[in-house]
Design a protein around this ligand. Structure first.
Ligand SMILES: Cc1cc2nc3c(=O)[nH]c(=O)nc-3n(C[C@H](O)[C@H](O)[C@H](O)COP(=O)(O)OP(=O)(O)OC[C@H]3O[C@@H](n4cnc5c(N)ncnc54)[C@H](O)[C@@H]3O)c2cc1C
Length: 270
C-alpha cells in the first residue's frame, strides 16, 4: 500500500494510497525511510555487503584491522566514518570528487581528518572500478585534474554519498528541510505559524512534525542518525507520543479541542 497523499480534513488526517483508496486517522506516524545513493561502477555490485558497505559500525571496522580501506564521500557522515575507521585500519583513504572538504563537511571534522596520521584525503578523485571477485582487492580511481588512473590497494570500501528521503508524496503537506527530510520538534515549530501551536496550548513535541498529531521516525526524519537502532527507538517513542496526543486532544466533534488542550498544558509538559 503506497501512501501517495496526506491532507488535513475536518480535524482528521486523510492518507490517500496509490490505488485510490484512503484511510482517515487522528494521528499519523511517518516512517517511509530514505533511499541511499549507491555507487554505480563496474565490479561494485557483487561485493556489496561483503567488502562494500553503506555504514561503518564496529562489526565492519573490526574486519579492517590489517589492511587499508577507502571511504567515498565528502560530507559529515563520510568524515565521521573516516575517523572511526582510522581507529582500526592501518590506512584510510578519503575519496572526494570535489576540490575541497569545506563545501559539505563541518570544520571540526575537517581539522581532525586532515590531522590524522592514518588518513589520506584524495580530492578531485572518483572511483571508476572495484577489483576483486569474492572480496575487494583494489579500486581504480581517476584524478580529474590530471586524468590519471591508478590502483589503490584497499580491502573494504565504505560509501557515504548521501540519501534521498521518501517524501515526494508529502511535498506541500508539511515542513521539510532543504533536502526533503521531515522537520520535527523545535525546527518544525519554527516553520509553522505561531497561532498553530498557541491554539494547541503547547509546543511541538520531539518527533512531531509541523502538523499537530503527525509524527516522523527513522531515516525520513531530518537530523536522524540513520541507524536501525535509532529508527526502532524513534518508532517506539513516536507511539508513546501518539498516546499522549490522543489522551490530551479531544476528538473532532467532541469537546472543543483547543480550550481542552490549553487547560491540559501542564499535563503535556509533565
Ligand atoms: C545497504 C545498507 C546497509 C545498512 N547497514 C546498516 C547497519 O549495518 N547498521 C545500521 O544500524 N544501519 C544500517 N543501515 C541503515 C538502516 O537500514 C536504516 O537506518 C534503517 O533501516 C531506517 O529504518 P526506517 O524504518 O526509518 O526506514 P526503512 O528501513 O528504509 O523503511 C522504510 C519503509 O517505508 C517504505 N516506504 C517508502 N515510501 C513509502 C510510501 N510512500 N508508502 C508506503 N511505504 C513506503 C519503504 O519501502 C520501506 O519499506 C544500512 C542501510 C543500507 C541502505
Amino acid at each position: 500500500a503506497e501512501a501517495a497523499r496526506l491532507e488535513r480534513r475536518d480535524g482528521h488526517y486523510a492518507v490517500g494510497f496509490a490505488d485510490g483508496s484512503e484511510i482517515t486517522a487522528r494521528t499519523v506516524v511517518l516512517a517511509t525511510g530514505a533511499r541511499y545513493r549507491r555507487l554505480h561502477v563496474p565490479g561494485i555490485e557483487p561485493l556489496e555487503g561483503a567488502s562494500v558497505h553503506y555504514s561503518a559500525t564496529v562489526y565492519e571496522a573490526q574486519q579492517c584491522r590489517t589492511d587499508p580501506v577507502a571511504v567515498v564521500g565528502g560530507g559529515n557522515s563520510a568524515g565521521q566514518a573516516v575517523l572511526f575507521l582510522a581507529g582500526y585500519a592501518p590506512q584510510v583513504y578519503l575519496l572526494v570528487r570535489g576540490p575541497s572538504l569545506e563545501a559539505h563537511m563541518s570544520r571540526y571534522l575537517i581539522d581532525q581528518v586532515e590531522r590524522h596520521p592514518r588518513v589520506r584525503v584524495l580530492l578531485h578523485t572518483e572511483i571508476t572500478e572495484a577489483l576483486g571477485e569474492k572480496a575487494l582487492e583494489a579500486v581504480t580511481v581517476v584524478d580529474h585534474r590530471t586524468g590519471e588512473h591508478r590502483h589503490l590497494t584497499v580491502r573494504a570500501l565504505f560509501v557515504f554519498t548521501g540519501a534521498d528521503p521518501h517524501t515526494e508524496w508529502l511535498s506541500g503537506a508539511l515542513a521539510l528541510d532543504p533536502r526533503g527530510f521531515v522537520l520535527t520538534g523545535a525546527e518544525a515549530q519554527a516553520c509553522s505559524v505561531p497561532e498553530l501551536w498557541q491554539s494547541q496550548g503547547r509546543d511541538c513535541l520531539t518527533l512531531e512534525t509541523s502538523l499537530p498529531g503527525v509524527f516522523a521516525a527513522g531515516d525520513v526524519r531530518s537530523g536522524s542518525v540513520k541507524r536501525v537502532a535509532s529508527a526502532v527507538g524513534e518508532g517506539a517513542m513516536s507511539i508513546h507520543f501518539v498516546h499522549r496526543y490522543l489522551d490530551h486532544t479531544a476528538a473532532p466533534g467532541g469537546t472543543d479541542s483547543s480550550s481542552r488542550t490549553r487547560s491540559k498544558k501542564s499535563a503535556w509538559l509533565a
